[in-house]
Design a protein around this ligand. Structure first.
Ligand SMILES: Nc1ncnc2c1ncn2[C@@H]1O[C@H](COP(=O)(O)OP(=O)(O)OP(=O)(O)O)[C@@H](O)[C@H]1O
Length: 221
């Protein structure tokens, strides 16, 4: 694979209506360099994660993912790139409630156009401590266990980049540490680069801040 950065954003701006909700002059993500995207509530962290995942196209600027210009490759190209290279642990997790833990991982593979790989699915569930919960519905798990499923699902397609949106903000210190331990351990085991979007400054003790977003009111109109 060519030796380019994982992602490179330059002069990215995005609006919701007439409001400027994201402004990034420069962000480079290098392979293997885990880090934080830090900013207060409403500063555009989720918007930026969605842009990196090709879920939205920013109004202005350049956004390269593994050397591919996300602006010019179209919806199908962005879907393909995301399926092949990006895993996301959403803030609200978005597990599929109607199917089992293992089926959540199987579905993620199908949606990415990949065949079933039962061994990989069971290995991942074992890695996050859920080998014996494969047949359980998400509703019958604790919140911490559901988050573990979401991490396993985000890794099941062997992405290059693992994005996690506010994974710790509602947690006490011990659980905050446990979640960041989980993400770092699993990212390293999978050889994935981790980017955590958060307003939780406790995480600065664990990961370098790669980009700090300003409060919306501090941004130029
Ligand atoms: N589709 C949309 N329509 C209108 N406003 C939006 C839309 N998406 C985001 N916004 C606004 O853009 C700003 C940035 O939102 P975003 O969710 O990216 O921030 P965030 O930093 O992730 O916030 P939080 O930490 O609270 O999740 C917020 O003020 C939000 O209300």
């Amino acid at each position: 694979m060519p030796d380019h950065d994982l992602a490179e954003l330059t002069d990215v701006v995005h609006h919701a209506g007439s409001r400027r909700i994201l402004e990034v002059s420069k962000l480079t993500l290098a392979r293997g360099r885990h880090g934080l995207l830090l900013g207060p509530s409403g500063s555009g962290k989720t918007t930026l994660l969605h842009a990196l995942a090709g879920l939205l196209v920013p109004d202005q600027g350049s956004l390269l993912l593994l050397g591919n210009d996300l602006r010019s490759i179209g919806d199908v190209g962005r879907d393909r790139l995301r399926a092949d290279h990006v895993g996301i642990v959403f803030q609200q997790l978005h597990l599929i409630a109607a199917v089992s833990v293992a089926d959540n991982l199987r579905l993620a593979r199908r949606l990415a156009g990949k065949g079933p790989d039962e061994q990989a699915i069971m290995d991942l569930l074992a890695r996050v401590g859920l080998a014996d919960r494969a047949g359980t519905l998400p509703a019958d798990l604790s919140q911490g266990e559901r988050q573990r499923v979401a991490v396993a699902r985000a890794l099941v397609n062997q992405p290059s980049l693992l994005l996690a949106d506010e994974p710790t903000s509602a947690l006490d210190d011990a659980n905050c540490d446990a979640v960041i331990d989980l993400l770092l351990e699993q990212a390293d085991l999978s050889g994935v680069t981790l980017l955590v979007a958060t307003h939780d400054r406790r995480l600065t003790a664990r990961l370098p801040v790669l980009l700090e977003l300003a409060r919306p009111v501090e941004r130029a109109a």
